[in-house]
Design a protein. Structure first.
Length: 82
């Protein structure tokens, strides 16, 4: 089994996020400043893979928790929760 690299190229980071590299390059500044996306490590010139994965997991958990707060006991949308 190949070992994962600690740092990834922009192309690989974009792939991890389900996008192409042009999308990441276009949106990286917004992702970093508004959403806390891990920046490129100046010494390495790439992004830390585990930091990107942790960022994505944390965002996903916030979405899940937010949605759970809007569900009623019967798992139906609670319209009063908005």
């Amino acid at each position: 089994m190949p070992q994962q690299r600690l740092y990834e190229t922009e192309k690989e980071v974009a792939r991890l996020l389900g996008h192409d590299v042009s999308w990441l390059r276009k949106n990286s500044n917004t992702l970093e400043t508004q959403y806390g996306f891990p920046p490129i490590d100046a010494a390495i010139g790439m992004r830390h893979r585990e930091a990107v994965e942790a960022w994505a997991r944390e965002r996903n958990m916030r979405k899940v928790k937010s949605r759970l707060g809007r569900l009623s006991e019967t798992n139906q949308e609670n319209e009063n929760g908005f």
